[in-house]
Design a protein around this ligand. Structure first.
Ligand code: FAD
Length: 387
């Protein structure tokens, strides 16, 4: 196989965005490799398409604001409609502690310029998401420019634009090894179809990023976590413009997509089987029961079991992405571990990664909070456990 200046491993939304932005910056002979037979078969195709800037660390808010600008200009820049629909994200608090956590996050958002995010009371919540039963809800937070995007459109947009700029996208090619030279740099990518000499490697392998990094002897703190989605049959029980509505207490949330109500409730994953991404019918029953209690209109909804699905989040210990060159392998670049926010942040992270590869450092944003060495330094980002 022909040599690559940069070999990107994984053609999900991260790899596609990274490859596109590398090509925009003038990189030639960029190769994007994926073991799948086509796009969207990793986590990107499983994403529900939430977009938000309501986070509780400055770096997450900044990434979202940068991504939001790029999504607004996506059609012009990339030539595809990413489906950005600002229906809002509405967080609900049922205790003082939850309300305080939302207020703390709100202060961070305001400091970062997310002026339209607001703390709201029960009356406003009833107006914004009228289907929700308000018993026990004492307050919340809402941002009208949060909302939805179409993960596959973002992915396919970046793939097509990257190919137009000369990136070679190879499906059905599994990376099975990374060879390092005496100076510690990767010289070759070993694949199921042969060896590719490479000047640099970008690890964009999503939930599978740790095994890929391990091929170069690099330990990467990314683990898979199953995330399940229950889908109702198509109905007009709730309007499509319903905001993403989230109960802060247990993370139960719902939204409407193409007439189906999507129900989510975080769970710890399957003990002993971290890569298991099957739907647990008992979980579907549980989330449907919670939905009926909290959203009375959904008592008339039917779950469409074959339409329910699961996929893998790519978790880091502090739920923030890892971005930059691996400390122990200078030409292995990491764009990993977005911990469930990867589609929304990919437009920003791909550009920032291209800046790091080509210029040696990111210039659009200070990304030191995402440096790969932070865990070894004992300096992870703060974890509120709420947003
Ligand atoms: C149910 C669910 C809902 C979600 N909802 C949202 C949401 O609302 N908003 C949001 O922003 N994010 C959401 N996410 C998270 C989001 O999907 C991920 O953060 C994002 O898709 C990660 O992109 P990626 O390109 O890193 O990974 P992927 O899309 O998984 O791409 C990685 C690719 O690497 C390939 N690969 C792996 N190993 C190898 C190898 N050895 N050789 C070659 N190829 C390899 C895989 O085939 C895969 O295609 C959700 C995830 C799930 C599961």
């Amino acid at each position: 196989m022909t040599a690559a200046s940069v070999a990107v491993v994984g053609a999900g939304v991260m790899g596609a965005s990274a490859a596109y932005h590398l090509a925009v910056r003038g990189a030639r002979d960029v190769v994007l490799l994926d073991r799948s037979e086509g796009p969207g078969l990793g986590s990107t195709g499983a994403a529900t398409g939430g977009f938000r800037a309501q986070f509780d660390t400055a770096i997450h808010v900044r990434l979202s604001l940068m991504a939001r600008e790029k999504l607004r200009g996506f059609e012009e820049e990339v030539g595809a409609d990413p489906g950005y629909a600002p229906a809002g994200y509405l967080w609900l608090a049922e205790s003082e502690a939850e309300r305080d956590a939302l207020a703390r996050a709100h202060r961070i958002q305001q400091a970062e310029g997310l002026a339209e995010a607001a703390l709201v009371g029960p009356d406003e919540i009833g107006r914004l998401s009228p289907a929700v039963r308000l018993d026990g809800v004492i307050g919340g937070a809402f941002c009208p420019t949060d909302g939805f995007i179409r993960p596959r459109k973002v992915l396919e947009g970046y793939l097509a634009a990257a190919e137009r700029l000369g990136v070679r996208v190879d499906w059905g090619v599994e990376v099975v090894g990374l060879t390092r030279g005496k100076d510690g740099r990767i010289t070759d990518v070993q694949t199921s179809r042969g060896r590719i000499p490479a000047g640099a490697v970008v690890n964009a392998a999503g939930a599978w990023a740790a095994p890929v990094a391990a091929y170069a002897g690099v330990a990467l703190a990314v683990v898979p976590l199953r995330r399940q989605v229950a889908a109702t049959t198509v109905s007009d029980l709730l309007p499509e413009a319903t905001p993403m509505t989230i109960f802060t207490s247990d993370g139960f949330h719902f939204r409407v997509r193409d007439g189906r109500v999507l129900l989510l409730l975080p769970t710890p994953g399957v003990a002993g089987r971290p890569w298991d991404a099957t739907v647990d019918p008992a979980w579907v029953e549980t989330v449907a029961r919670i939905a009926r209690e909290r959203v009375p209109a959904l008592r008339r909804a039917s779950i469409d079991l074959p339409a329910c699905w699961a996929g893998l989040y790519e978790m880091t210990p502090d739920k923030h992405a890892i971005l930059g060159a691996a400390p122990t392998c200078p030409n292995l670049y990491l764009i990993n571990g977005s911990s469930g926010h990867g589609v929304m942040h990919a437009p920003a992270l791909g550009q920032l990664l291209a800046e790091i590869v080509i210029d040696g450092a990111a210039s659009s944003l200070d990304v030191s909070a995402l440096r790969p060495s932070r865990f070894e330094e004992g300096a992870p980002n703060p974890l509120s456990g709420v947003l």
